[in-house]
Each structure stands twice: as C-alpha cells, then as structure tokens.
Design a protein around this ligand. Structure first.
Ligand code: ASP
Length: 340
C-alpha cells in the first residue's frame, strides 16, 4: 500500500518535471522577431492633413510592414525583410525615396541608399544615382557582391546595370508634387524669406527599415532622394554608414531621417549603438540622447531603432514621423503624428 503511494508520488513528480522542462524548452524556441519602419520625419500637422491622405500613408506603411513581417514569420532573414519593406515605400510616390523623391537644384532626382547587416557588419551604399529604380537593391548588391562599401553617381548606376537591376529614366522618379515643391522653395529663397523657406524644406520623407529575424540577426536599410533643392552633388547622411544607417547584432539596428548634415556630424546611428554597447542604455533612452545632440546643433529629424532583444524605439524631434512596427509579441501599429 505504502509502496503504491510512493510510486504514485514519484510518478506525479516525474510528470511535473517533464512538464517544466518542456515549458522551458518552448520558451527557448519562441524567439522574438520584429520589423520597424519609417517614411520620414517632418513638419506634418494633423489639422493640415486630410483623412484620405492619412489613410493613403497608413495603407502603404501597413503594406510595407506586412510584407517584411511575413518574411520574418516564415523564417526568412532580416536582410530580405528590410529589402522588401523598403521596396514597397520606394515604389510609392508618397515618400521621398525612389518614385516621388525630392529634386535637386537642377530639377533632377539624385538618390542615396544604404544597407547594413548586423551579423557580420557588412555594409553597402550608393549615392547620387539617377537611374536605379530601387536604390536599396543597389546598396544591398554593393554589400553582397563587391568588396567596396560605397559607390557613387555614374559608377553606381553602371554597377546596377551590370548587376541586372531594374533601371529607369530619371523622369520616372519625378512627380508634379515635387516639381511644385522645388519651385516654391526656390521662390521663397529668392524672396529671402529664409524662415519659411527652411520650414518648407524641412519636410523630410526618407524611408527606412530595421528588422530582427528568428535567428537573432539584425539588419538596417535607408533610402532617400535627400533634400529638396539640394546642391548638385550633395550627399546626405543616408549612405554614410554610422550616420543614417547602422546594424550590429551585439547592440541594435538604426535607420534615421532628418537634416542629414546634422546626422553626419553627430554620427547618430553609430552613436546610438555605442550608447548601448558602452553604457548599457536602453534603446529609447539612447535614441533620445542622440537626437538631442542633433537638436542642440540646430538639426531635426528622427530614428527608428531595434535592439537585439526586439525592443524598439521610434523617436523624433519634429512634429511627426511616418512610422510603424509589427512584432511577434503582438505589437502592430502605424502612426504619423506626435500623440498618435
Ligand atoms: N536625411 C535625408 C538627407 O539629409 C533627408 C531625409 O531624411 O528626408 O539626405
């Protein structure tokens, strides 16, 4: 009788032990994955945006997030998720990247993009390209298929052709909205209404994406037309690794948007990674500190950031930032304005 009781007790303990082990194994298996995007920070105001326009922006942001998320969910790499999400935004005329990019002082679209893989610190970028339909693809190809990091202007366009990437005439990128914007900025600067002219210029619209896959690999990509009425030959922060884009599996992945010169001078993306690496700060605090340095010098903009655990930040010191997140913890939201 006693033996039977002891046996029963041992059996229950055995079952309980097995259950606990399987729970801890399940926990180990459920690795978080996540995708965060931005479509530029700037002076957008709720009162000035129609419901239809807001809906249009949010629709594309959701489409980009869903595309990347699906890849991650199906065990795809963060590299692929970032590329596909950015392509959606580059192909939309709403954003300042690919089709719909802003125009330089000569009225041409001149595009910059960069890509970085956190698992091996490989990176690729292109600047001042005029023919590559999806600049992010060219940046990725520089990373994957060459020992270089940054290719510029005709050399980069030629490289894209050799890689078999889609090329287009420069007119493909140019929209009526950007022509009007350029004209307005030129007129305002002639009128010497510097304040208004700089506020018109400060509508950014660069696109970016950071992702963490099930293997724990982080990637970051950013793509832009730069700044409206920019000087011929001007290159911003986007293709400068460590300024507008950075990824390191040891810390985080970052993509920035804003007044590029200030992001270069503050080496913003690498600065945020360093704050995690050397000061062990959390991702939001690190992003805030770095953006504050930009603000103190007179610049503005925002960043999206994702750390190696899947914690994210979408910080900006402008009135709004097109942004969104979707992750395996159940977060899924797209927003535009400050208090969204
Ligand atoms: N950072 C970009 C640049 O200065 C502009 C933007 O974010 O819209 O080229």
């Amino acid at each position: 009788m006693i033996n039977l009781k002891i046996m029963k007790k041992n059996y229950l303990l055995f079952v309980l032990f097995g259950f606990l082990i399987s729970c801890s194994e399940n926990k180990k298996q459920s690795i978080d994955f996540s995708i965060v995007i931005h479509g530029g920070a700037g002076t957008m105001e709720r009162e000035k945006m129609s419901i239809e326009k807001e809906f249009e922006y949010k629709k594309i942001l959701e489409e980009a997030l869903n595309k990347g998320y699906l890849i991650l969910e199906n065990n795809g790499s963060s590299e692929q998720a970032v590329i596909e999400a950015i392509k959606v935004m580059e192909n939309s005329p709403l954003f300042n990247a690919g089709k719909g990019a802003v125009l330089d002082e000569r009225g041409e679209a001149s595009l910059d993009a960069s890509f970085m893989s956190g698992k091996n610190l490989n990176a690729g970028a292109i600047a001042g390209v005029k023919k590559i339909k999806n600049p992010i693809m060219a940046a990725y190809s520089v990373m994957k298929n060459t020992p270089q990091v940054l290719l510029i202007s005709e050399g980069a366009d030629q490289f894209a052709i050799e890689q078999g990437l889609d090329t287009v005439d420069n007119s493909y990128f140019i929209t009526e909205r950007r022509r009007t914007q350029l004209l307005k900025i030129k007129t305002l600067s002639q009128l010497k209404d510097k304040k208004e002219s700089s506020s018109s210029i400060s509508k950014f619209g660069t696109v970016g994406c950071v992702a963490l896959d099930k293997k724990g690999n982080l990637s970051a990509g950013t793509s832009t037309g730069g700044r409206s009425n920019k000087k011929w030959g001007r290159v911003g922060d986007v293709p400068i690794i460590g300024a507008g884009n950075y990824a390191n599996n040891k810390t985080c992945a970052i993509s920035a948007t804003g007044w590029g010169e200030f992001f270069i001078r503050n080496v913003v993306a690498h600065d945020i990674s360093s704050l995690l690496e050397y000061k062990n700060l959390d991702i939001r605090k690190a992003a805030k500190i770095s953006l504050d340095k930009v603000r103190k010098l007179g610049g503005s903009g925002g960043v999206i950031a994702l750390d190696k655990f899947g914690n994210y930040a979408m910080e900006f010191n402008t009135k709004g930032m097109y942004r969104g997140v979707k992750d395996s913890k159940g977060n899924f939201k797209v927003s535009i304005f400050k208090n969204d």
